[in-house]
Design a protein around this ligand. Structure first.
Ligand SMILES: Nc1ncnc2c1ncn2[C@@H]1O[C@H](COP(=O)(O)OP(=O)(O)O)[C@@H](O)[C@H]1O
Ligand SMILES: [Mg+2]
Length: 373
């Protein structure tokens, strides 16, 4: 029997939305023996197709998220673009969706804490929620270099020499006009900043601008605060108790197979993630495997200019020197199927005489690519 391996780029696979289209794309003597999961899933399921990293943007273009009619907002420039909402794959806590928790938080004027490891979509949720609701969002990367004046405002020189005028910082603006204040890695927030924020986070919902004649700024009804933190850093930097008590709603975000299955096409790559995460949990590997590492790996592999050899060696580079051999070993156990799957290869029977090995010479293994790189 003659077989050839035809590589169908991810972009084309995306276009094969139904099994009928898949069949018509292939010639009549072609049977798809190894196929992109997305295509096979469409054959058996009426559910929305899974998205590869590259596929996600195009596929979601069709999935328009209903957004309220846009009214010009004084902080228009801080409203995240619509694609944040369109690309986001939500999760539920029991029967409650993550975005519903944020809606309730806004309605009841409670603060929300999202905690979990790096990469399962904490920030993505907040951007998606703000985009969907046309809410301005300001994200504060909490660290020691934060200057309170850049958040709350300060006196700036005007065009008239020697005169100063007060200019609100983004947090003050959000409190005046409404919007989401996202405190990323809130456990690293400096005392100078948190002291000003405390009254904004309890029933008072206000801040006092000492520098601006002690002005009290009352929070707009749409002002809401969401904090995120990674419990893995809790030993080095615990979340201060005063803060913890001010966040009534808490969502634990971990890597979720159901969410990742929507974002990553290759089941073998997902399997690799599961096995590496088990090693992480056992303390053998320190670096966590985040959702976007998988998305990037698949997206690079599907890019014909890069391919699976590059994508996998690139994946390995995300790990520390003493972790790499364990990761390589896990990958090796899954090769070559993993490499083919993430590239979206399809084996096509064309005619009886061709030899599969013919064009193998040009192939280099993923580990070779790593050595060369
Ligand atoms: N639920 C999700 N929906 C869409 N993309 C996601 C989701 N979770 C993670 N991602 C992808 O992973 C990347 C990192 O996610 P992010 O929200 O920054 O994680 P975290 O804030 O938890 O560290 C995002 O840029 C996005 O590409
Ligand atoms: Mg984040």
């Amino acid at each position: 029997m003659k077989q050839t391996v035809k590589k169908i780029p991810m972009s084309e696979l995306d276009a094969l939305a139904t099994s009928e289209e898949l069949a018509s794309h292939s010639s009549s003597n072609v049977s798809v023996t190894k196929t992109n999961r997305k295509a096979s899933r469409n054959v058996t399921s009426s559910k929305a197709p899974a998205k590869s990293a590259t596929a996600a943007k195009k596929a979601t273009a069709a999935k328009k998220v209903a957004r309220p009619r846009r009214v010009e907002h004084p902080l228009e420039h801080l409203i995240p673009a619509g694609w944040f909402a369109e690309d986001y794959i939500g999760r539920s806590f029991g029967v409650v969706e993550d975005k519903t928790v944020l809606s309730i938080a806004r309605e009841t004027k409670q603060n929300t804490l999202i905690f979990g490891p790096t990469g399962p979509g904490k920030t993505s949720l907040v951007y998606a929620y703000a985009a969907e609701n046309n809410l301005p969002l300001y994200s504060v990367a909490c660290n020691g270099a934060l200057d309170p004046a850049t958040l709350f405002g300060g006196w700036m020189p005007t065009e008239t020499a020697g005169t100063l005028q007060w200019v609100d910082g983004p947090v003050t603006l959000l409190m005046r006009h409404g919007g989401v204040l996202y405190l990323d890695e809130i456990n690293f927030l400096m005392g100078r900043v948190s002291a000003v924020l405390h009254p904004a986070l309890d029933k008072r919902r206000e801040i006092m601008l000492q520098e601006h004649n002690n002005e009290h700024v009352k929070a707009h009804d749409d002002f809401m605060v969401v904090g995120s933190y990674n419990p893995e850093y809790e030993d080095t930097r615990p979340l201060n108790k005063a803060f913890r008590n001010r966040f009534a709603l808490r969502m634990h975000f971990d890597y979720l197979p159901a969410v990742e299955a929507e974002l990553v096409t290759s089941p073998l790559l997902l399997q690799l993630a599961t096995s590496l995460r088990a090693r992480h949990a056992a303390g053998e590997i320190e670096t966590p495997v985040s959702t976007n590492m998988l998305m990037e790996c698949e997206s690079f592999a599907a890019d014909e200019r890069l391919g699976s050899a590059f994508a996998l060696s690139n994946f390995v580079q995300a790990f520390g020197v003493d972790e790499k051999s364990a990761v390589e070993e896990a990958i090796n156990q899954m090769m070559p199927a993993l490499g083919e799957e993430i590239e979206g290869w399809i084996i096509e029977e064309v005619d009886e005489e061709m030899d599969l090995d013919d064009d193998d010479d040009s192939e280099i293994g993923w580990a070779d690519a790593e050595k060369e790189g």
